[in-house]
Design a protein around this ligand. Structure first.
Ligand SMILES: *Cc1c(COP(=O)(O)O)cnc(C)c1O
Length: 432
């Protein structure tokens, strides 16, 4: 039995493997965690993906987050086409950068100044350098299961693809690169308190996904992030929220808005680029002014603030800033949750379902509680998830090819897509 993509996908994958390691350009796309052949896509529109064999899927990956308005949204596509006709890159400042920066500062009140880069990885990496340059300290704190991209200092106990592969510490990362990285369990205020009591004066920054979405979807226990805010403030460290996933997705002001916590710095990506490669970071003006050319912390990029990427981001954020999209996403999310719980119930499945706004995750952990930290995520039955994944895929519903990723809804998902998903789930639950 062949699982996953059809004939054409299979052929492309064979060719890809000859010229690219594992046949993919980012590990989780390879389907290693669920088995079978990855599906090669040829187009995407609204809530749907279309593969190389002509089959359509209701998409719950949304390019891993960016496609919050749905794929190929007319406003975003038009903006990119218009920008492309005016030149792909100038290598100089341009008006779009100013507009997008101002819009970001308006939507996220903790951000007084912002700098663009080209990926979420660059955003978090640059935040760390800035925090170290600003505080004159070396130590950083991260939490196990949180993923912040693939820069050396952060590739310890990371989530996402690193977790899927069971190789949280990458080969090629020197012990020196991570010796200043302290890893703590998420949702454990006591552990953070103990570390700060011993080493507080050495810690430049605490970096955290406020709502971790790279080891499944994990909700912060009330008081945990407040404790981090409190500890960093007391010890002169910076609190950095990695909102690459949650920024502009959960609310105009991201997770920090719904949690009412103000970090010193925030990292963005995904939604901010409307599907083009963009990252950004920003925060307190006196911290940001430590960046070159204003200050001593070097950070740069040939294509940073690329006119097409900025145009896509502007079109997408403008639509998000003015519409009722978050209210609509919450309504669709609530309907999806109700549908999931009904189908889980009638199938006799007792696996926890977690949702916040347009992000959700089913943990294949029969009878278990929703995951609160990485150690619990590790107990998931990944074989059960793989069977569920392939059951859905076969019925034309595209879920992330790993238990440890989060599913996304877009503004293009509606009743019709939920109905397709309900039927697919019913079958898939029976088979898994
Ligand atoms: C995806 C992600 C990153 C990395 O972003 P890239 O654009 O893939 O480099 C960093 N942090 C979080 C929370 C992410 O979800």
């Amino acid at each position: 039995m062949s699982l996953g993509g059809g004939k054409r996908s299979g052929k492309l994958f064979e060719q890809a493997k000859r010229v690219t390691p594992g046949g993919v350009h980012s590990p989780v796309r390879a389907f290693r965690a669920v088995g079978g052949t990855p599906v090669f896509m040829v187009s995407a529109k609204g809530a749907y993906l279309r593969d190389a064999d002509g089959k359509s899927y209701v998409d719950f990956v949304g390019s891993w987050g960016p496609a919050i308005l749905g794929h190929a949204h007319p406003a975003v596509t038009r903006a990119v086409q218009k920008a492309a006709a005016k030149g792909l890159s100038f290598g100089t400042p341009h008006e779009g950068e100013v507009e997008l920066s101002r819009l970001i500062c308006r939507m996220v009140p903790s951000v007084k100044k912002v700098r663009f880069c080209n990926s979420g990885t660059e955003a978090t990496m640059s935040c760390l350098r800035l925090a170290r340059g600003f505080t004159g300290r070396n130590g950083i704190v991260k939490f196990s299961g949180c993923y912040h991209g693939h820069s050396d200092a952060l590739l310890v106990a990371a989530g996402s693809g690193a977790l899927t592969l069971g190789r949280p510490d990458s080969a090629g990362v020197t012990p020196g690169a991570v010796e200043d990285t302290h890893v703590l369990p998420f949702n454990d205020s006591g552990a953070a308190e103990r570390l700060f009591a011993r080493r507080g004066a050495e810690i430049a920054a605490v970096l955290v996904e406020p709502i971790p979405a790279n080891a499944g979807l994990i909700l912060p226990i009330p008081g945990f992030l407040e404790k981090l805010r409190d500890l960093t403030g007391k010890h002169g460290s910076l609190l950095i929220f990695d909102e690459v996933m949650t920024g502009f997705r959960l609310a105009p002001g991201g997770a920090q808005q719904i949690l009412a916590i103000r970090p010193d710095l925030s990292a963005f990506g995904k939604v901010i680029g409307g599907g083009l490669p963009v990252g950004a970071f920003g925060g307190r003006a006196e911290v940001m002014d430590h960046l070159a050319p204003e200050g001593p912390v070097y950070q740069a990029g040939t294509l940073s603030g690329n006119p097409m990427a900025v145009a896509a981001g502007l079109a997408q954020l403008r639509a998000l800033a003015k519409g009722n999209i978050y209210r609509d996403l919450e309504r669709t999310g609530a309907a999806l949750e109700k549908m999931f719980r009904e189908e889980l119930g009638s199938a006799g499945w007792k696996d926890p379902f977690v949702r916040v706004g347009s992000m959700f995750c089913l943990f294949c952990r029969p009878g278990g509680e929703p995951v609160r930290k990485l150690e619990e995520a590790r107990k998931c039955d990944t074989g059960r998830y793989a069977r569920l994944f392939h059951g859905l895929l076969e019925k034309g519903v595209y879920f992330p090819p790993s238990q440890f990723e989060t599913c996304f809804l877009s503004a293009a998902h509606g009743e019709k897509e939920l109905e397709i998903t309900r039927k697919a789930l019913r079958e898939a639950f029976r088979q898994a």
